[in-house]
Design a protein around this ligand. Structure first.
Ligand code: PLP
Length: 430
């Protein structure tokens, strides 16, 4: 155990997970898609700090933009004064959001972004009823934990909202494996109608959904599902909040926002993680009618501060100028195809879109989750010089979410490590 891990454990709360247990890593430098740890080893990073280092480490365009801002001597002025970088970023995000007459509010994290969206939705609708989806993750505050449908991360029993839950479309698929996407959507919409008719009076503020569930194990419902939900919600004036904290900025390859696979434009979109490429930046974008409805005066001291906003502008420009969405699609396809070609009894499913790929592990010949095999592959990947993530309701999904700048060569290098690790774990399981 390292001296730093000892000190970490002595001073941090015990509910903060650290990967690799007694062998925890301290990352001391990074370049491109690689990080170097205090143990002297360099790793290819297929998780990017939970999809946050979206365009890689030590990117000159980002560092230069931040250095320029620091060079002005102004790291913070509060939002009581105009911040050019912030206005410019808001204009870009409003334009890209797909929402007409959009307004943007900046925060420091995804949690605060969702908390703000909930504040706006409940104010507009004069209702504190929220619909959330099982197996979701939305953050770590009182409000966002209450709408997180994942026992390990949730505190729904202490909810400040009345929360009602919809089945995760993936769970529906599990139970009704032979259903087509259209039938699945019909089943999910029936579930929504039933929840609205039985446990609410229809006066719900909003439904919040991740277009692809992140912490839940990269679980996606069928394309078009959110649009189908939206039709029913619209009959009641209920808002749709798309939590794009993991799925935004071209990550899914086919679309810039995850919601675009669903034939719908949400009322509110929340974002964070990748847009700062490591600098603390999040926010919410929605139509003026919804965004302006909060009666209280409110601001965030640090939300959209000059340094984070400078980083955000540089990141967004980089994503667009280098067509990182197209790269996510191309390189993601190589990864998906390569992983799907592996034939191992412990692999239950390989799923994903763009550079958001999940490998679900099961006990051979069953659909029973196997967190043990998952952990084994995870550890073997690290031994092979590859960092990946874990997740899923049962801890049996390896999550791959590398920087969107990942090259084909790096994808193939990572694939080799993954293939070897899975083969070893598969051999051990029989
Ligand atoms: N929403 C989703 C979908 C997330 O994955 C996360 C974090 O993992 C959050 C919200 C919370 O974001 P943050 O950790 O920046 O508060």
């Amino acid at each position: 155990m390292s001296e730093l891990l000892d000190r970490h454990r002595a001073v941090m709360p015990n509910w903060m997970p650290v990967y690799y247990g007694d062998d925890a890593l301290e990352i001391v430098s990074g370049s491109g898609r690689r990080v170097t740890a205090a143990d002297g080893r360099t790793y290819l990073d297929f998780f990017g700090g939970v999809l946050t280092t979206m365009i890689g480490y030590d990117v000159a365009e980002i560092s230069d933009a931040v250095r320029r801002q620091i060079g002005t001597g102004v790291a913070h002025t509060s939002t009581l004064y105009l911040i050019r970088q912030q206005v410019e970023l808001a204009e870009k995000i409003a334009r890209l959001s797909g929402i007409p007459d959009a307004r943007v509010f900046f925060t420091n994290s995804g949690t605060e972004a969702n908390e703000s969206a909930l504040l706006m939705a409940t104010n507009v609708r004069r209702s504190n009823q929220i619909l959330a989806i099982k197996n979701s993750y939305h953050g770590r505050t009182f409000g966002t934990m209450a709408i997180t449908g994942h026992r390990t991360w949730s505190s729904s029993s202490l909810s400040p909202f009345t929360v009602n839950w919809l089945a995760s479309a993936d769970r529906l698929r599990g139970r009704m494996a032979r259903l087509s996407d259209a039938d699945l959507i019909e089943a999910a919409v029936d579930d929504l109608r039933e929840v609205l008719a039985t446990v609410t009076a229809g006066d719900v503020a909003a439904l919040i959904a991740e277009p692809i569930q992140g912490v839940g194990g990269f679980v996606a419902g069928p394309d078009g599902l959110l649009g189908a939900y939206r039709k029913v919600l619209g009959e009641h004036g209920i808002l749709l909040i798309a939590d794009e904290v993991q799925t935004g900025w071209g990550r899914t390859g086919d679309h810039f926002w995850g919601y675009q696979a669903h034939d719908v434009v949400p009322d509110l979109i929340t974002f964070a993680k990748g847009i700062g490429n490591g600098f603390a930046l999040g926010g919410v974008v929605g139509s003026a009618t919804v965004m302006n409805a909060v009666p209280a005066i409110s601001f965030s001291t640090f939300g959209g501060n000059p340094i984070s906003a400078a980083a955000g502008n540089a990141v967004l420009d980089y994503v667009l100028d280098h067509d990182l969405q197209g790269n996510a699609r191309r390189v993601g396809t190589i990864l998906l195809d390569g992983l799907r070609a592996l034939d191992h009894a412990i692999v239950g499913q390989v799923r994903g879109r763009g550079l958001m790929i999940g490998i679900e592990f099961v006990r051979p010949g069953t659909t029973e989750p196997d967190p043990g095999a998952t952990l084994r592959v995870f550890d073997l990947c690290r031994a092979g010089g590859l960092l990946v993530g874990k997740g899923g309701l049962h801890g049996n999904v390896l999550r791959i979410g590398p920087p969107l700048t990942l090259t084909e060569e790096e994808a193939r290098e990572g694939l080799t490590v993954l293939a070897d690790a899975i083969a070893v774990a598969d051999g051990e399981s029989v």
